[in-house]
Design a protein around this ligand. Sequence first.
Ligand SMILES: NC(=O)c1ccc[n+]([C@@H]2O[C@H](COP(=O)([O-])OP(=O)(O)OC[C@H]3O[C@@H](n4cnc5c(N)ncnc54)[C@H](O)[C@@H]3O)[C@@H](O)[C@H]2O)c1
Length: 351
Amino acid sequence: MSKLKVGIVGVGGIARTHIPGWHASEHAELVAGSDIGEDVLNRFGEENGVDKLHADPEALFSDSDIDIIDICTPSMYHAPLAIAALEAGKHVICEKPLAPTPDDIRRMIEARDKSGKTLMTAQHFRFQGSSKAMKDELDTGALGDIYHARSWMLRRAGAPTGGGFIIKENSGGGPCIDIGVHILDLTLWFMGNPEPVAVTGVARAELAHQEGVFSQWGRQPIPENFNVEDFAAAFVRFDNGATLIIEVSWLLHHNTQGEDMQMWLYGTEGGAHWPKCEIYESNNQTRQQYNRELKLMHAGLEAHAQECVEFAAAVAAGNPSPVPAEESLQVLKILDGIYRSQAQGGEVKLD
Ligand SMILES: NC(=O)c1ccc[n+]([C@@H]2O[C@H](COP(=O)([O-])OP(=O)(O)OC[C@H]3O[C@@H](n4cnc5c(N)ncnc54)[C@H](O)[C@@H]3O)[C@@H](O)[C@H]2O)c1
């Protein structure tokens, strides 16, 4: 069986975590790379034995030998690159956020449907053992109807300092777009992807402009051109009546080093915590309460690599995308709703 040929666009950063997945896949092989940085592209070629190297991604899209395009560029390039790749007849896996706005994602879905190819968002948290164990448990209906969730992804002095993240014109937003997509994608997936219908949110820079404020990564000062939120919180309503409270921040006086990422799910038959992977239940007849721990599954490779393995397997088998673009559209509708709610000062309806 011949393998699917993969070309990566943007080989310098997060792409490095995808490469072990392409090397491990029984369905795909890495054959090409594109990057605007010449040095980084040449290093990628040498390290991976890849000789199709082009500064212009178009050269990969027009190469009839290539089946899969893996987009790992900064987020504002995701939609134009993915649409061009789909129009050229390629399957596309694209780093998160799939795109910075819901309209971008709608255009990507349209291009995907016209091409008949597969489009997946690289939401690697779904491919961790703790996430797979929790999703399998929830799919049994163990919690009954999930009517409320609380989730957060909070960092203490954990703001990136690069312009690709902290300048809105480049990134589309701050922690909402950078890390909100992770915790929101996972929460919605666990809830069964109900349709979000309304959001009340705030998204503000509370600490980023204080004198001397720093990021713990290298103790670097936060650059003055920081123009995104550093904190956001929201209350979300879904079409099935469920609700969600979410909080995200890069800079918060919070009792954690690194990152605090948690989720609580509340259903009519039980509750759950991720990533502890605990289930909380009661027996109303005996009036007893039970807590049980889920058995963690072996997820395979590190999650960023595992997602590439599972994408290639889905494409090879003609199966649906492991992370459909429609689910990323739900995530971006909520994040866009948070920004609109901040601007309007009240609840906004989502379409
Ligand atoms: N899933 C995760 O855990 C995770 C972590 C970090 C970043 N990301 C996402 O990955 C993407 C890239 O982030 P990063 O941190 O790797 O950035 P980066 O700047 O470190 O790397 C991006 C690479 O893309 C190249 N590039 C930029 N524009 C290009 C273009 N138009 N054509 C070809 N190459 C281009 C750059 O030269 C660089 O080598 C972002 O969308 C980000 O949100 C995901």
